[in-house]
Design a protein around this ligand. Structure first.
Ligand SMILES: Cc1cc2nc3c(=O)[nH]c(=O)nc-3n(C[C@H](O)[C@H](O)[C@H](O)COP(=O)(O)OP(=O)(O)OC[C@H]3O[C@@H](n4cnc5c(N)ncnc54)[C@H](O)[C@@H]3O)c2cc1C
Length: 378
């Protein structure tokens, strides 16, 4: 396969880079901005509104919803450039990648009218309420209940590891409406609803990033249900498949690697050992990039995306880890804060193999669905 960017794609990438150069604060690279701090969330609302104003927030959305019907390549170029810059959109990357498109597909006209325009204008933050203390990889076992009572649902239970929850306006929530695997439903829940308590979980990965969210008899109107009762599996599968290919974390890794190598060269510490390891890390990033491109190409041609997305995601996890290990070994001073940008990459790489679904689950999918290996008998 010969891979080249066409003129429109090159021009688009230049436009995005010029926008970033003009709109990120001068000291951006040295700001210790975790992905979900209060500062980052406020900044993302200003930044995304500016992106929206020039048509760069949701170019891949249908024109009807404020987009330009741009194809999957343009969406990916945009995402690559945003991640290379440390993802200044903050949590809003979820809105544009999968929450908006999922509501376009499954929402009622009222839900679409209420939730999609603020996303297209860059004015709103969402969080994803899937994981629970006893239920992460095995989402089918989740226990948060939503009980119907006339025109309302009453929600009781607990979510955990919820990114952005303290700053989010709305939660894309999975809750159980009846027993069994097909008894889970999706609700769009305003985070200001009485009975919701958010507690931040202190962690290595940065201030304000992950939370516990408690639902204590939270009453929401029945029209907060997305799709039909019990349809969560279909909806979540659509959402997760959009997210798995939507995050080009390798571009942040490449940027971090480049920065680390420059530092070593400046300090005259870029010897042959470091050079070999840097080359290996770079090769891992390129592998992740091309796996991801193959998924974008499938999407561009309307082909189904299955286990290939797991391979792309796993390759990206390996790339982030390779860069992170390189930095820890050869530029260890960055870990104590001498370079906030390298530290930020490291913090994200620590959780790369768990945050949007465990890497081992991706390996299971690759083993059974791509390689055709037998499953272990139960
Ligand atoms: C930084 C961060 C941000 C997150 N943000 C969110 C968020 O916004 N919203 C949200 O809902 N969740 C979020 N999560 C949670 C994340 O989706 C879960 O951590 C993940 O799905 C794994 O679930 P778990 O933590 O319960 O681990 P478990 O599922 O209990 O897994 C623990 C270990 O067992 C392994 N394992 C489990 N099952 C299998 C299996 N079948 N085969 C082989 N190995 C297996 C896993 O690979 C893992 O190593 C976040 C997590 C992190 C770390």
């Amino acid at each position: 396969m010969e891979f080249v960017w066409d003129n429109d794609q090159r021009t688009f990438r230049r436009t995005v880079r010029a926008f970033l150069a003009a709109h990120l604060p001068k000291e951006w690279e040295t700001l210790a901005h975790g992905p979900a701090t209060e500062w980052q969330s406020a900044f993302s609302k200003r930044f995304c509104a500016e992106l929206a104003a020039v048509g760069l927030l949701v170019p891949h959305w249908p024109a009807q919803w404020g987009g330009r019907d741009a194809d999957a390549w343009m969406a990916f170029i945009l995402a690559e450039e945003m991640w290379a810059a440390g993802e200044p959109r903050g949590g809003q990357y979820m809105n544009v990648n999968w929450i908006g498109p999922t509501i376009m597909r499954f929402g009622t006209p009222e839900q679409q009218a209420r939730y999609i325009p603020p996303m297209a204008q860059g004015m709103t933050l969402w969080c994803q309420g899937f994981s629970e203390p006893e239920s992460g990889s095995d989402l089918a076992s989740l226990r948060t209940r939503a009980e119907r009572d006339g025109e309302t649902y009453r929600i009781t239970g607990q979510k955990i590891w919820t990114s952005y929850a303290s700053e989010a306006d709305t939660c894309f929530l999975l809750a159980r409406t009846s027993p069994g695997r097909n008894g889970i439903s999706v609700f769009l829940v305003p985070m200001t609803t009485p009975g919701i308590t958010v507690r931040s979980i202190p962690s290595l990965i940065g201030e304000g990033d992950i939370h516990e969210v408690f639902f204590d008899s939270v009453e929401i109107p029945s029209d907060a249900l997305l799709g039909a009762e019990g349809q969560a599996w279909d909806i979540a599968k659509t959402a997760l498949s959009l997210e798995r290919v939507g995050i080009p974390r390798f571009s942040f890794a490449i940027r971090a690697l480049h920065r680390a190598v420059k530092t070593l060269q400046r300090l005259q510490r870029f010897g042959s050992g470091a050079m070999e390891r840097a080359a290996q890390a770079r090769a891992a990033c390129e592998a992740a990039r091309f796996y991801s491109y193959s998924i974008v190409d499938r999407r561009r041609h309307g082909l189904p995306i299955g286990a290939e997305a797991s391979a792309a995601r796993y390759a990206t996890v390996l790339a982030e880890r390779a860069v992170s290990e390189f930095v820890v070994e050869f530029v260890p001073e960055a870990m104590s804060g001498s370079d906030p940008s390298l530290l930020a990459h490291h913090q994200r790489a620590i959780v790369a193999g768990i945050a949007s679904g465990a890497a081992e689950i991706q390996l299971n999918i690759i083993a059974s669905d791509l390689l055709g290996l037998p499953r272990e008998p139960r």
